[in-house]
Design a protein around this ligand. Structure first.
Ligand code: PAF
Length: 281
């Protein structure tokens, strides 16, 4: 497996692969890979002739008081894990390669970025949409792979690709969880043992919501209250949001009809975790 750091090098690698008749899969990541990322890479491996994984901690999607500086990084470990699942090349550009001096162009997806993480992390999706557009333009993949754990992000990217006539398939892959249910995230390493135990309330409360819907509950307010009460009963958890919207449209809903996204963001100390489930109304 190769590691390249410049746009010229990754373009040349992809050009050669295309000349050899290969399709190209892209797995964009910020590194510090976990089983969730590796699952995206395996899916890309199954479907595409070559697999490109980007490892880039994108500064434009972090707010001024967020964890950009302390975001975990370990390229050597990432390279070993990516090679094991059959990635052909890692694109790991320095910040100046992606945002050279004078850089001033951004991609804004409207409306579906106004709630949930878009509301609690102003500018976040502008940074995500911008870097993902740049990666698409650099690599020109046939398919790109994103995790359902970041459900709103996956919808934003799908919308952006459709609206801007980007010629590729967006593939969303189900959330990968630890054996006890915690959704895999690079940020889980920030949790101390007590917070790690407390964080189980996320998957636990989502499961309870699914059970309530199976038992016939359709009132969105009641489902939100149930989840909020369960999370508030955990002293180490601080709710950022618990929200339910139609899926995939992300419109407000009062009663469940068809699919809805129940998504939450909760802080444990300084660590903000997200999780979600699709409710079948
Ligand atoms: O999901 C992530 O890790 C990031 O938001 C992404 C898509 C790699 C863009 O920086």
């Amino acid at each position: 497996m190769k590691i390249v750091h410049t746009i010229a090098e990754i373009r040349e690698f992809v050009r050669q692969a295309r000349l050899a008749g290969c399709t190209v899969g892209l797995v964009p990541t910020m590194g510090y890979l976990h089983e969730g990322h590796l699952e995206l890479m395996r899916r890309a491996r199954e479907r595409c002739g070559i697999v490109v994984a980007s490892v880039f901690v994108n500064p434009t999607q972090f707010g001024p008081n967020e964890d950009l500086a302390r975001y975990p990084r370990d390229l050597e470990r990432d390279a070993r894990l990516a090679a094991e699942v059959g990635v052909d090349v890692i694109f790991n550009p320095p910040v100046e390669e992606m945002y050279p001096p004078g850089y001033c162009t951004y991609v804004d997806v409207e409306r579906i970025t106004e709630n949930m993480c878009g509301a609690s992390r102003p500018g976040h999706f502008r940074g995500v949409a911008t870097v993902v557009t740049k990666l698409f333009n650099i690599v020109r993949p046939d398919a790109a792979f994103f995790g359902q754990k970041d459900a709103q992000q996956a919808l934003v990217i799908r919308r952006m690709a459709a609206d801007l006539n980007m010629d590729l398939e967006i593939v969303t892959v189900p959330t990968v969880r630890e054996p006890d249910g915690l959704a895999m995230s690079s940020r889980n390493v920030y949790l101390d043992p007590e917070q790690r135990r407390a964080a189980l309330v996320l998957a636990g409360s989502l499961d309870r919501a699914v059970e309530a819907v199976r038992a016939g509950e359709r009132d969105v307010l009641q489902i939100r209250r149930l989840v909020e009460e369960l999370i508030r009963a955990e002293p180490l958890a601080r709710i950022d949001y618990v929200e339910i919207y139609s899926y995939p449209g992300l419109e407000p809903v009062e009663r469940l009809q068809g699919q809805a996204l129940l998504a939450l963001a909760v802080k444990f100390g300084q660590t903000r975790l997200i999780d979600n489930v699709i409710l079948e109304g």
